[in-house]
Design a protein around this ligand. Structure first.
Ligand SMILES: NC(=O)c1ccc[n+]([C@@H]2O[C@H](COP(=O)([O-])OP(=O)(O)OC[C@H]3O[C@@H](n4cnc5c(N)ncnc54)[C@H](O)[C@@H]3O)[C@@H](O)[C@H]2O)c1
Length: 275
């Protein structure tokens, strides 16, 4: 683990890393200060927004993002561009675990942006996290999207990666960087191939991809607390037809999805029928 104190910013700060006064002197421990420190890159993003309330009971959260926003008293916000090596190193100081979510989430994004944000940035964040013992990387089902056809179901995460698009390819490279990091530094590294996360399920066509908010919390908590090791796993809710094989997520992480997209869609249909 590292030591020291990184720059901290107030909610809403738009850029830079400004020192702000703390509400209590640094020497006075706050309640729950003994919880492990989890650094969440992309901490102001959609997926982080789903996870933050579900991770707060177990972790002190340091949210690192290039944009600011509201945070709770219990959270620390660092507004900085992680493309800077210095900023990335500073953001990791004292971290017990890293959840790397900063990235470009659009499957239709252009190659230049994916290269800069999902590949170069991931390399930079991992390099800065050399001393962080546990890392979870936000990958995507798109890393295996090329296998997404009925004759291939259920898709095994142990198969050779088969991206469907430049976005999926950028996640495959991120997974490879994560694997290399695990080999080099001996850290526990888990890549989670997330399904559609942080969106309400309204389109039946998305059911096979969907990860509910509560299942996302269960999955990431499981990945952060499982026996240390290396792995790549799918993260989706309980699908009636298993498109993505979550056997390894259950076996290695203990992730058991509890939300069924068919129930959610049936409820939504019932609500719209009554209105
Ligand atoms: N939302 C989904 O359905 C989904 C599914 C699969 C995988 N993922 C992955 O999860 C991660 C988070 O996705 P999201 O939907 O929350 O995206 P998002 O765009 O809402 O959040 C990403 C955050 O990263 C931050 N960021 C980007 N570049 C940065 C930089 N250089 N320095 C600091 N911060 C930076 C952005 O400001 C943003 O707040 C992404 O890597 C995405 O590929 C998301």
């Amino acid at each position: 683990m590292n030591g020291g104190t990184p720059p901290v910013t107030q909610p809403g700060t738009q850029s830079g890393t400004q020192q702000v006064p703390q509400s209590a002197p640094q020497s006075e421990p706050r309640p729950g200060n003994d919880r492990p420190l989890l650094v969440v890159t992309g901490g102001m993003g959609r997926v982080a927004g789903v996870l933050r309330p579900r991770l707060r009971p177990r972790y002190r959260l340091r949210l690192v993002d290039r944009v600011g926003g509201p945070v709770t008293q219990d959270e620390e916000l660092v507004v900085t561009d992680l493309a800077s090596k210095e900023a990335a190193r500073s953001a990791m100081v004292g971290a017990d675990a890293l959840l790397h979510l900063a990235g470009e989430p659009s499957p239709t994004a252009q190659w230049e942006r994916l290269y800069a944000t999902n590949i170069v940035l991931t390399e930079r964040v991992l390099a800065a996290a050399a001393d962080v013992p546990r890392i979870v990387f936000g990958s995507s089902v798109h890393a295996a999207g090329g296998d997404s056809r009925p004759e291939r179901y259920p898709i095994d995460p142990a198969w050779e990666p088969h991206p469907c698009c430049a976005y999926g390819m950028s996640k495959v490279v991120g997974e490879a960087l994560a694997r290399m990091h695990a080999d080099t530094h001996g850290s526990s590294v888990v890549s989670l191939r997330l399904g559609l996360t942080g969106f309400p399920l309204t389109d039946p066509g998305h059911a096979r991809l969907w990860l509910s908010d509560d299942d996302a919390g269960r999955l990431v908590t499981a990945a952060l607390t499982a026996e240390p090791g290396y792995g790549v796993h799918f993260g989706v809710s309980a699908n009636a037809i298993p498109h993505w094989d979550t056997t390894s997520s259950a076996r290695d992480l203990g992730y058991l999805p509890q939300d069924d997209p068919s129930d959610v869609l049936a409820e939504a249909a019932e609500v719209s029928r009554m209105h």
